[in-house]
Design a protein. Structure first.
Length: 353
């Protein structure tokens, strides 16, 4: 049962370029006006987008989690809402992919992919293209977060920096700044980009400024009594979102752990070599993009192969694990946490068992 899903996901992942060109030609047959409208850049974009859709479909099927595909479709709906691509064009693209897969996959597998795509399309149709702010009324630091982000959106990193340093002087804890200010303003930045309210350059500027400001807070991190525990924190290969992992490493450090932070896009081989070398109590693996779940799973399987690493507990975290309940169990991790504070709590619970 599980194997057929994995095999279907794998076959979809391995599909070659001729498939995507055939889908494009079919879309032109149904919508000849698109053929007139698309220049070579738009044709390439259509092909890239279709490949991208399949990378999500493949992970959703591999893990037998409709929610992973649905959330992606909800994301597309909002993203394309501000752009000159209609719902009908997007839905037709998915229908053509579904029918194209019927031609190349064995029956049992194409039934699975059709079910995922049909359910996804219904979800797409039912979702309004709305995305509420991540800076909510429940956030005790709402005003600080709003003011901080507003400075950065306007390109004023010095005022953003001063605002944070002033709140540190006023005894706001680093943990509150991390979770209630930086984490939510980063997510809000993503939302503003997705809604086309800020540019990619602004998003990069805000992220770089936040990383710089987090680095200025380092003197406040290393104040606790040291424990004799080690943690390795790393993003998987292909994963460029590193701030969540950085926060996890920093909060471990604040709690007296010795942390080894390897950042974004670390190769499996390199990670395994370092796990062998440092023999940590905990390995914390971070992934944000749904198409990286398989790599997380591969890392876990590789660690489990070595007798010398048997005692190590593996934690996973990041967006896919937040939306797909118990996915962490299915891929063989020992635990999952929704944020950096909870990560340390779980890790210490393991060690006190
Ligand atoms: C900054 C950013 C980038 C930067 C990252 C730079 C950097 N140095 O990190 C860059 C420009 C590289 C980037 C690239 C892309 N991005 Co981007 N990015 C973001 C953004 C705005 C912020 C990420 C962030 O810092 N979040 C804040 C951290 C603190 O939150 P977190 O990661 O969830 O971490 C917490 C918990 O999850 C947990 N946790 C995390 N890891 C772990 C691990 C363990 C073990 C545990 C226990 C817990 C844990 O603890 C953390 C701290 O509390 C997000 C928006 C968002 N919603 O996150 C989009 C976002 C993730 N990106 C998105 C996209 C689409 C992309 C690109 C595809 C864009 C493109 N067209 O190229 C690429 C993909 C790159 C790749 N292959 O990885 C989308 C993803 C949507 C989707 N469908 O999946 C988002 C959601 C934006 C959006 N709203 O549309 N991005």
């Amino acid at each position: 049962m599980v194997e057929i899903y994995k095999e279907t996901g794998r076959m979809i992942k391995d599909i070659d370029d001729s498939f995507f060109n055939a889908i494009l030609q079919k879309q032109f047959e149904y919508q000849p006006e698109l053929k007139e409208r698309y220049n070579s850049k738009q044709i390439q974009k259509y092909i890239d987008d279709t490949k991208y859709h399949l990378s999500y479909l493949s992970e959703a099927i591999t893990n037998n989690r409709q929610v992973l595909f649905n959330e992606y479709l909800a994301w597309i709906k909002i993203y394309f809402n501000g752009l000159p691509v209609t719902d009908d064009e997007i839905i037709l693209n998915f229908l053509l992919v579904r029918d194209g897969l019927k031609e190349i996959l064995p029956n049992e597998m194409s039934n699975i992919s059709s079910k995922f795509i049909n359910t996804g399309i219904e979800y797409y149709k039912s979702k309004p293209p709305l995305l509420p702010s991540f800076i909510t009324d429940e956030n005790p630091f709402k005003e600080l977060a709003q003011n901080y982000l507003s400075f950065l959106v306007n390109g004023d990193k010095n005022s953003a920096h001063q605002l944070i340093m002033k709140s540190v002087e006023n005894k706001t804890s680093i943990k509150d700044l991390y979770l209630n200010v930086f984490q939510v303003t980063q997510k809000e930045t993503g939302r503003l980009w997705q809604l086309s309210r800020i540019t990619v350059a602004q998003e990069h500027f805000i992220t770089a400024a936040t990383q710089l400001i987090m680095a200025q807070l380092y003197p406040y991190l290393f104040t606790t009594e040291l424990k004799n525990y080690k943690v390795i924190v790393s993003c998987v290969e292909g994963e460029l979102h590193e701030i969540g992992a950085r926060m996890v490493a920093d909060i471990f450090e604040m709690e007296g752990w010795n942390s080894y932070y390897f950042g974004a896009n670390t190769s499996i081989d390199n990670l395994i070599d370092n796990i062998k070398k440092h023999q940590p109590n905990i390995v914390a693996i971070s992934a944000t993009m749904i198409f990286n779940i398989s790599t997380v799973s591969k890392i876990i399987q590789t660690i489990r192969k070595f007798d010398s690493l048997k005692k190590i507990k593996i934690l996973v975290g990041g967006y896919p694990f937040l939306i797909a309940e118990d996915l962490w169990k299915d891929i063989g991790a020992d635990g999952f946490a929704s944020d950096a504070l909870a990560a340390v709590e779980i890790a210490e619970r393991f060690l006190n068992q």
